[in-house]
Design a protein around this ligand. Structure first.
Ligand SMILES: Cc1ncc(COP(=O)(O)O)c(C=O)c1O
Length: 409
């Protein structure tokens, strides 16, 4: 396998040649990534050429619909799921609330649902509210010393009344990659549904969703180099089983049953931009004639290897610093490059502000993983400092970050 060609990668992102962002290093990618040029070009083209109601017979309308369909087909194929199993909504939070409405109608008082305290609130609050419909909501808790979720603890919570378990593929603060298949297998043993938040995992390589065993899998395209949309995989059988949440006359259309919000046509078409970028990456790194599955694997491996190489020095620095409390594991291969920490005697907000003076954009707060930050005994008002990067980050940017931290800490 060749190494990631970083010059090629960065040439695909207009932000790197944008004068106003010159010398700025983006370390808040877990909040939102830069958009690749292909996404921007698709949006621009859509607004110029096909900004009409899609799916009618006049040429611009036909083309608009074809472009939207192509985006869905291409992304579904890359994720190894059926085209009718992939849905676009305004955001992951919105998608989870829609599915929760369906569960509210489907579940019965006394049924049980399990959530974690490692998740972003988008994959907790929607389900926790089912308590007011008589659903028993249990919490799969992290180990407060390590911030990790242990499948053994989930096993102890599963019963024959468990109908669904919502957990994260990778937390947006702890960043460990949870053993998703092991967990979905445990959930299926009791006949429950596995609802997986993949928002923090997907920017580091779009997964083979079929292989995860998830029944529902959420991610957000604005963190995956694309437009501001939420993507949701909903297993075909589950789609048919849950009560529809859209207009009554669309009740038989799998693609309309759980997307009540009128879709943003231009943004859906612009998902083609993400796919063009993924294809270009595979092609540039020597995989032009491969199957979609092979191309997806090539891109995942390129991302993982590059990110791991950059991540380990940052983890070594932070875990070796006497004043720093690193959250999560200190070995790069088992985690995403989303690195949260607190520093003894320092306010996180103050530290993040000082890093901004070095033209380093980092995040600070609880990142809506409120229950996690609280469970770790951290002040939720001040929260943690979070530095998060992706495959387009350079070794020089990492060196700058470490140097600035070393000056400030
Ligand atoms: C892990 C995780 N899950 C869910 C969400 C919610 O995604 P959205 O903003 O698309 O609602 C986020 C957003 O930051 C997130 O980081």
């Amino acid at each position: 396998m060749t190494d990631l060609d970083l010059d090629f990668v960065r040439a695909q992102f207009p932000a790197f040649s944008e004068p106003s962002l010159d010398a700025f290093a983006h370390f808040e990618n877990a909040g939102g990534s830069y958009a690749c040029r292909q996404t921007i070009e698709w949006l621009d083209r859509y607004y110029r050429q096909t900004k009409v109601q899609p799916y009618y017979d006049f040429p611009a309308s036909r083309l608009a619909g074809e472009q939207m369909d192509a985006a869905k087909q291409r992304m579904a194929a890359w994720l190894n799921v059926g085209t009718d199993e992939l849905h676009f909504g305004p955001s992951t939070s919105q998608n989870s609330y829609v599915i929760a409405q369906a569960l509210r109608q489907e579940l019965e008082p006394g049924d049980e649902m399990i959530v974690t305290n490692q998740d972003h609130e988008a994959n907790v609050g929607a389900w926790a509210r089912l308590e007011d419909a008589g659903i028993v909501v249990r919490e799969w808790k992290i180990d407060p010393d390590t911030a990790e979720l242990h499948p053994m603890d989930l096993e102890a919570l599963l019963t024959e009344r468990t109908r669904a378990v919502a957990f994260t593929h990778c937390s947006n603060v702890v960043a460990s990659i949870n053993p998703v298949r092991e967990i979905t297998d445990l959930i299926h043993e009791v006949g429950a549904w596995a609802i997986v938040d993949g928002v923090s995992f997907c920017p580091h390589g779009l997964p083979d969703i079929a292989a995860t065993g998830a029944d529902v899998y959420f991610f957000s395209l604005y963190k995956v180099y694309g437009p501001h949309l939420g993507a949701m995989f909903l297993r075909q059988g589950l789609n048919a089983e849950l009560p529809y949440q859209g207009h009554f006359f669309n009740a038989d259309k799998p693609s309309a049953r759980f997307t009540p919000a009128g879709p943003d046509h231009a943004q859906i078409a612009a998902v083609n931009g993400v796919m063009d970028y993924m294809d270009a990456l595979a092609r540039h790194h020597g995989n032009s004639v491969a199957t979609v599955a092979e191309k997806a694997e090539t891109v995942r491996t390129l991302f993982r290897d590059h990110e791991s190489d950059l991540l380990q020095p940052l983890l070594d620095y932070l875990s070796g610093h006497p004043k720093v409390k690193l959250i999560g594991k200190d070995r790069a291969p088992v985690r995403a490059p989303t690195v949260a920490f607190t520093a003894e005697g320092r306010s996180s907000a103050d530290l993040a502000g000082r890093l901004a003076e070095f033209k380093l954009g980092v995040g600070v707060g609880h990142f809506y993983a409120y229950r996690l930050v609280e469970a770790l005994g951290i002040d939720t008002d001040d929260g943690v400092v979070r530095t998060s990067f992706v495959h387009y980050t350079s070794p020089e940017e990492i060196a700058r970050l470490i140097k600035a931290l070393d000056t400030l800490l």
